[in-house]
Design a protein around this ligand. Sequence first.
Ligand code: PMP
Ligand code: GLN
Length: 384
Amino acid sequence: MIRTMNIPSKLPDTGITIFTQMTRLAQENGAINLSQGFPDFNTDPKLIELVGHHMRIGHNQYAPMQGVPVLRERIAEKIKELYHADCNPETFITITSGATEALFCAISTIVHHHDEIIIFEPAFDSYLPAVRLHGGIPVFVKLQYPDYTIDWDEVRKKISPRTKAIILNSPHNPTGTVIGSQDIIQLQKIIQNHDLLIISDEVYEHIIFDQIPHEGILRYPDLAARSFVISSFGKTYHTTGWKIGYCVAPPPLTDEFRKIHQYVTFASNTPIQYAYAEIMEEKDYYHKLAVFYQHKRDLFQSLLQDSRFTTLPCRGTYFQMMEYSKISTEPDTVFAGRLTTEYGVAAIPPSVFYHTKDDHKVLRFCFAKTDDTLKKAAEILCRI
Ligand code: PMP
Ligand code: GLN
């Protein structure tokens, strides 16, 4: 008999992601899936046509390692227009296979053994394993419930001579909060005294509501000079399955980033890069996207007004946090499971985004869904 081998785990405390778990549970139970963040409607047919077009004309071989030039140029133009920053596409911008790859490569680029990395919790789940895999030490700062604001005094207290970087995420997954100008000032003060790098996860940069400006790090030259700014086309064009993202960083950081990127994926999907480059010529798209999702947020909130859930503020992303303590005292993981199997609506329990499993009796619902899906889900949620 052939004996399979056991190997020591590099991530002994890590299981299958909550997104995979909840989507599977939703499918098994025929539940409406408001858990994993992805749209249940299709992308623009024009974009699909563009991908087909670039396949037909022969854009089917390896893209340059750093990404197709025309896409990097479009991104540089967008950055100039929205954030008034000059980024040479040759030396600052790298196209990656989703923001996930960009985050992994950025973390891999900077983290040496025993480097400390500040992570705000609740945190999107890909940061921590990447830090750990590279021998880094996560230093956690909790966002202050229920507003999920940053306590900068605590950040300052947690900075040590070994602190290498801070990972930021705004608009923030899972909470839907955004950083403001005061947060930027605090960060600027910190970097005056400490030689820190910043990884800024801005994948929801264009999904921000109520006319609030996105405080992108690229707006601030002192911060941008030490930052990896990461974004994703998946959120912006309703194409989460296409997995194209990018990383913007000054040349010395980009040089090191590309050394790793070239051996993680080498290059990303060629025809899709060309298609995004063309669709990016539509300049008012970002404004329309924000309006589109603001309508969905408002609809979902208004549909749940008479429910026993309490709505927490949502200023960006396509996630709505709902507090359920009037309904149940169960832990959020248990309640999320029961909501899926007994009632037929799947959501994400945010306690999994804390290393201490903090349970505020809140669930995260994704509203990147057709109005019809949102109405059906709300009808069920209002009956609970
Ligand atoms: N960061 C955050 C905060 C996200 O929500 C996501 C979405 N999965 C990602 C990164 C990864 O983006 P991508 O799908 O482009 O890899
Ligand atoms: N970003 C998506 C979410 O937060 C899902 C990401 C994933 O499945 N890895 O739901």
